[in-house]
Design a protein around this ligand. Structure first.
Ligand code: BES
Ligand code: ZN
Ligand code: ZN
Length: 481
């Protein structure tokens, strides 16, 4: 269930409150604290305690204090994280409602706190049965005095947070529910709700389009593949040529016949459609916020399994663009289905194509869950804007090179290219493979590190993170205004 946010004229006197403060003097007048409480809070600030908690009769008062001199994305992130830790305390104390009172005079800080709170108050409860309410979050409502809030900022952060939480839901859904066809159905539902169009190609259509990569990966699975096209095109748009977002939709990755070798490494592979979730949910947010940008989403989806007629190492595939690929590892399947989608994207003559994929363990090993590995042929302006968005939403990006020399790593003896490189530079050779299927400005985001977390990091909770949704929204918003 989602957390509601209400902008109110006055806060109910019995409501618990989170005070956001950046100077000690702010606590004295505006907050309505008594002298003993002010003294207590000041002492706690001196001891760098956070959040500061006061028992005030039958309600709680929390104070989060971040000094003004900190600026930029790190300071923004601190407000999100601190709000999230207050939310956790609200839930452990079974509170249903909290008011956010911003003493700093900067309305944006309220927005950041709301963002951290909404993202931090998430749980995936669909498969919990029975009456036991243990451990289920109680917090349902956040109220904000109108004077502390920028109404349109709050509305927007509600949209983007909700979209990120829907992405988390999709990632957290197991294969027993979320097959490729179900993913497409869920995306159709999102389209109906937000007002973007959705077209789903079935296996016959995918065959007629000769998407040899997607079809090969699907061979070992009892369930058919899908190829889903999303489009948001409002009346007046800033861009003549569309932005195209491509998301890897491997709803489960066993590795195929090159079965995942390390014990446990398969356990979280329901997350292998995180790129698809990011594409669908960022377009959902863009449509809900009615951004004036023309954007198209392409989502190739299938399981990667070793059953029946599974493709085998040594197979040569003919891809959607007519080129050939020698398969030397069936676990390098993401690049095969993305390649078909990337060449399909050419017909749009796009302004820019961005793909998102949980593509390589190498990217995850290189920088962990702290950021996104990216490669780009889109040039400095796009790269800078994307990196700036990464900082804004604290989904930071690190650029890896696409030097020509890496092409030697994926030369095949018998086909145009092979689907794996050597032991080195695994994230890059995957990028080099994809690059062959593009003829437009292109950015590749390898989200294998941050897509699915083995432990919580503030409001980025354990399991599906929803990474990419807020990033793409922020980036496309900056291009729409
Ligand atoms: N889905 C995996 C990559 C992955 C690993 C995602 C860890 C999330 C967390 C991808 O399909 C894969 O198996 N990649 C192989 C490629 C290799 C065989 C060249 C990998 O990274 O090991
Ligand atoms: Zn794989
Ligand atoms: Zn995969």
């Amino acid at each position: 269930m989602s957390t509601s946010v209400q902008i109110v004229k006055i806060i109910q006197p019995e409501s618990s409150i989170l005070f956001l403060a950046s100077k000690e003097s702010q606590l004295e007048k505006k907050a309505g604290l008594n002298d003993a409480q002010v003294a207590f809070v000041k002492k706690a600030i001196g001891n760098k305690r956070k959040p500061i908690v006061l028992n005030d009769g039958n309600r709680f008062l929390f104070v989060v204090f971040n000094e003004d001199k900190e600026k930029g994305s790190k300071a923004d992130e601190q407000w999100r994280k601190d709000a999230c830790s207050v939310i956790a305390m609200c839930n452990s104390n079974k509170l249903e409602e909290i008011a956010f009172v911003n003493l700093t005079g900067k309305k944006r800080i309220t927005t950041l706190a709301v963002e951290g709170a909404l993202l931090g108050n998430y749980q995936f409860l669909k498969y919990r049965t029975g009456e036991k309410k243990d451990g289920i979050n109680t917090l349902k409502n956040i109220t904000i005095p109108a004077s502390d809030a920028d109404k349109s900022e709050i509305e927007e952060v509600q949209i983007t947070s909700q979209a990120a939480l829907i992405a988390r839901d999709l990632v957290n859904e197991p294969l027993s529910y979320l097959t490729a066809e179900q993913l497409s159905k869920d995306i159709q539902k999102l389209g109906k709700e937000a007002g973007f169009s959705v077209e789903v190609f079935n296996k016959a259509k995918i065959q007629s389009l000769k998407m040899g990569g997607l079809l090969a990966v699907n061979l070992g699975s009892p369930n058919p593949p899908t190829f889903t096209i999303l489009e948001w095109k409002p009346g007046r748009v800033k861009n003549k040529k569309p932005y195209v977002l491509v998301g890897k939709g491997v709803v489960y990755d066993t590795g195929g016949l090159s079965l995942k070798p390390t014990p446990g490494s398969m356990d979280t592979m329901k997350c292998d459609m995180s790129g698809a979730a990011a594409v669908a949910c960022s377009i959902y947010a863009i449509a809900k916020a009615k951004l004036r940008v023309h954007v198209i989403g392409l989502i190739p989806a299938t399981e990667n399994r070793p059953g029946g007629n599974a493709y085998v190492p040594g197979d040569v595939l003919t891809m959607h663009n007519g080129s050939t690929v020698e398969v030397l590892n069936t676990d390098a399947e993401g690049r095969l289905i993305l390649a078909d989608a990337l060449s399909y994207a050419m017909q749009y003559k796009p302004e820019l194509v961005i793909d998102l994929a949980t593509l390589t363990g190498a990217a995850a090993r290189a920088i962990g869950p702290e950021g996104i590995v990216y490669m780009s042929t889109a040039g400095r302006k796009v790269n800078d804007a994307l990196e700036a968005s990464g900082k804004n939403v604290y989904e930071r990006l690190v650029k890896f090179p696409l030097w020509d020399e890496y092409d030697n790593y994926i030369k095949s003896d018998i086909a145009d290219v092979k689907n794996i490189g050597g032991p080195n530079a695994g994230a890059i050779t995957a990028g080099m493979f994809l690059k062959r299927f593009t003829d437009y400005p292109w950015v590749h985001l390898d989200i294998a590190g941050p897509a699915f977390l083995d432990k919580a990091d503030g409001y980025r909770l354990k399991n599906g993170s929803g990474v990419g949704v807020r990033l793409l929204f922020d980036f496309l918003k900056s291009n729409a205004s």
